[in-house]
Write a protein that binds this ligand. Structure first.
Ligand code: PMV
Length: 330
């Protein structure tokens, strides 16, 4: 018998199906450390710039059943995600807890064009996008400090003792100065065009940070001198940015690369890319991020020379290059 009734098919005592909500999104961008990586772990300042060409988007839909993750690296229950997605799982769990939805389930989709483990902030950017999407899905506005702490919880899974620089930089959208746990804006007198080149070698931030710590334990005086030098280079870089002196900034980047190499976080592939950028008229170049692989950052003279430098870096074996311009603030 066909019923013409509009009654729902489920028995009246079955639990109501939650009203499906539209997916809520969160975004964050990549970053490059201009100067101060590693030294920032020891309370020296650091400068970072946004890489707006590199973006992560997370979409969260409230759901029933186990939480699910859809991503290029893994598709399946969040609880069974591989260890390398531990920071992502932590970001989702911490954000759900923070918005009072610790027992709720979500369907999480991540789209990203940031290469992972290349020192451009992939783990922090994914965590930031996830935290923002979860908060939006549950209609909770998190303030900047709460957002930062949730990203840091994910970063601690990735790096054990992150300085907090990445967690700020991937949300900033502008150059930042980071010192003593606080961020402030950076004055830039003239636009600067940077090329970032991916060596194709996975960076190993965790091991690199542990290596610097071991070096400091074995040689406190020598290591402290290098950390101090990196701190001074970073302070000088802020002055050159404010004065619009790209040539002097490039010299500092070269010196930063040499100091990072002495700290033990260099790699011959990075050295080759840095030398290539310099040979093609870059004002300066250095490794960026944790090192031992990952990316280099080159400061170029202008857009035309940036195209030359990027082409030369790809010809020298870079897996990918991105060009970004930091606009003047004054
Ligand atoms: O490699 P990345 O993008 O995770 O950058 C690490 C920066 C370090 O200074 C080496 C570590 C830190 O916690 O700041």
């Amino acid at each position: 018998m066909t019923s013409s009734s509009a009654r729902p098919a489920r028995p009246s005592d079955a639990p109501a199906t939650p009203t499906p909500t539209a997916a809520a999104s969160g975004r964050a961008s990549g970053k490059a450390i201009l100067l101060g990586e590693h030294a920032v772990v020891y309370r020296r300042p650091a400068l970072a710039i946004p890489l707006s060409a590199l973006q992560v988007r997370a979409d969260v839909q409230r759901s029933t059943g186990p939480s699910i993750l859809h991503s290029a690296l893994y598709d399946g229950p969040l609880a069974a995600a591989p260890a390398r997605l531990g920071p992502t799982a932590m970001a989702a769990a911490a954000a759900l807890e923070a918005v009072g939805a610790g027992h709720e389930s979500i369907e999480l989709r991540i789209e990203s064009n940031l290469p992972a483990e290349r020192g451009v902030g992939s783990s922090a950017a994914v965590a930031a996008a996830v935290v923002r999407a979860v908060a939006a899905a549950f209609g909770v506005a998190l303030d900047a400090a709460a957002e930062h702490e949730l990203i840091q919880r994910a970063e601690r899974v990735a790096h054990v003792s992150p300085s907090g620089l990445d967690a700020h930089a991937v949300r900033a959208g502008a150059p930042i100065w980071f010192e003593d746990g606080a961020v402030s804006p950076v004055a830039v007198a003239a636009p600067l065009t940077f090329v970032i080149a991916d060596s194709g070698v996975a960076g190993r931030t965790r091991e690199a940070v542990a290596g610097v710590r071991a070096r400091r334990d074995a040689d406190p005086t020598g290591t402290t001198a290098l950390l101090d030098e990196l701190g001074e280079l970073t302070r000088d870089a802020r002055r050159h940015l404010a004065a619009g002196d790209a040539r002097s900034l490039g010299v500092l980047m070269d010196r930063g690369h040499a100091a990072l190499d002495l700290l033990g976080v260099g790699d011959p592939v990075l050295d080759e890319l840095v030398a290539t950028a310099r040979a093609h008229s870059a004002w300066g170049a250095k490794l960026t991020g944790g090192g031992r692989g990952g990316c280099i950052l080159a400061l170029t003279r202008d857009h035309d020379s940036a195209a030359d430098v990027a082409g030369a870096l790809r010809a020298a074996g870079a897996a990918a290059t991105w060009t970004t311009t930091v606009e003047a603030t004054t």
